[in-house]
Ligand binder design. Structure first.
Ligand code: ADP
Ligand code: UVW
Ligand code: MG
Length: 407
């Protein structure tokens, strides 16, 4: 591996692939990009070679194999192709690791098989992750591939937070427990927040609100996750773009028994046609904001439901942590939507949380405080970087395994 210090990270989602090529010798990002709308009539690839103009192309990517082929071609065009001897490894986001995977893991046939077995618990995510791994292994069979799991950061949650209050034997027989997701983001953002506060991660308690298409909250005490809002699958918790989040489990039984819906229909309803999309017909918060400005009632109500759920989790995790040093917003909505941030925290002065409206309105791409100077609890916006975190964890695995191979 001598001289090979670059890591390619692939974050394969249900209809997109995000990627970054990072040189771990100096942390330099050499290229990054995004393939969107895979499987649709027209997709898009946006490729940004660092220091050079970005390239954007519209074309159909029928599946993830085609999308990853396009990523490889774009990288090759900048002399950063997958055949480069400087590439040390490919790191993959893997969403559900079950009870088996709680650490970044070198990919083998057996690991892929286990990921396949976990598909029922992450139906929107694990299939795409597996395709990403398979394509990358075909392109560079000689290269270490590392899977970094969304569930890993939450694996150390106390058992009282991880267990559901159902019959113990049944839960154990089917590995029914709360796993939590977006862990790479919660880990990265909580650590970055500590840095922003000038403290060590061990010294701070933070509530992280990862609000993207999928959304989750976590309570992080001294660098360790003590509770998180997603559960057995990425369906529990906050209201999301297309997912319902929390509901009375009897809703499922009712829709089946009385509504006559099949289990698969209910699954599709709750995962793909609920959340903001189900409530108002749009799942993009930008569009919802525009509609609210025009006085649209459904958009307003959807926003209020979204915010109400968020406030409940903030209150709950405040109580779980006891002392909160910071509330931090991240991911697409959290980083870009001042209206959500303000609505989520308004009226919490008695909890020591005061948002500064001017700071909150400022747009920017770097970690920043948006609380007033007198706010006892700091409020921050910290852009997440799951790809950087995956690259670091991937490189650490590769270095460890090559060190252990030395005679
Ligand atoms: N400027 C913005 N204002 C409000 N919401 C935004 C803005 N930009 C992006 N978003 C929201 O972020 C979401 C995507 O977040 P992201 O973290 O990229 O999601 P994912 O990684 O789950 O695909 C979009 O669906 C949209 O709702
Ligand atoms: C786990 C999850 O919900 O991921 P995403 O937000 O990428 O959909
Ligand atoms: Mg995401």
């Amino acid at each position: 591996m001598s001289g090979a210090t670059r890591v390619l990270v692939l974050n394969s989602g249900s209809s997109s692939v995000k990627y970054q090529l990072i040189d771990m010798a100096d942390g330099a990002r050499l290229a990054s990009g995004l393939v969107e709308r895979i499987g649709e009539r027209q997709g898009r690839i946006k490729h940004e070679p660092t220091g050079h103009p970005q390239r954007e192309r519209y074309e159909a990517f029928p599946d993830h194999t085609a999308a990853l082929g396009a990523v490889a071609d774009e990288l090759a065009e900048d002399g950063l192709g997958l055949d480069s001897p400087r590439l040390a490894a490919i790191g993959h986001r893997a969403v559900h690791g079950g009870t088996r995977f709680t650490e970044p893991t070198l990919v083998t046939d057996e690991v892929v098989e286990q990921l396949r077995e976990l598909i029922p618990l992450a139906p929107l995510h694990n299939p795409a992750n597996i395709t990403g791994i398979e394509v990358a292994r075909k392109l560079r069979p000689d290269l270490p591939q590392v899977a970094v799991f969304d569930t890993a950061f939450h694996a150390g949650m106390p058992e009282y937070a991880a267990r559901y209050a159902i019959d113990k034997a049944t839960a154990d027989a089917h590995q029914v427990r709360r796993y939590g997701f977006h862990g790479t983001s919660h880990q990265y953002v909580s650590r970055r927040t500590a840095q922003l506060l000038g403290a060590s991660p061990e010294a701070v308690n933070v509530i992280v609100l990862h609000l993207g298409n999928g959304a989750s909250a976590s309570a992080v005490a001294g660098g360790r996750c003590v509770d998180t809002s997603m559960g057995l699958t990425p369906l529990e918790g906050l209201v999301m773009g297309t997912r319902s989040g929390d509901l009375d489990p009897a809703v499922v039984l009712h829709l089946h028994r009385v509504g006559g819906m099949s289990v698969d229909e209910i699954d599709a309803l709750l995962n793909r046609r609920s959340g903001m999309l189900g409530l108002c017909g749009d799942n993009d918060m930008r569009e919802i904001g525009r509609r609210m400005d025009e006085g649209d009632h459904d958009a307003r109500l959807a926003f209020d439901i979204y915010v109400h759920r968020l406030r409940k989790y903030i209150g709950a995790y405040y109580a779980v942590l006891g002392r909160v040093d910071a509330v931090v917003f991240t991911a697409g909505v959290g980083e870009n939507d001042p209206a959500v941030r303000e609505a989520a925290l308004t009226g919490m002065d008695s909890l020591g949380i005061e948002v500064d409206p001017v700071r909150n309105a400022v747009r920017g791409g770097s970690p920043r405080l948006i609380s007033t100077d007198s706010s006892r609890v700091k409020v921050a916006v910290v852009p997440t970087d799951e790809e950087l975190e995956i690259a670091q964890q991937t490189f650490a695995v590769v270095r460890r395994s090559s060190a252990s191979e030395q005679p």
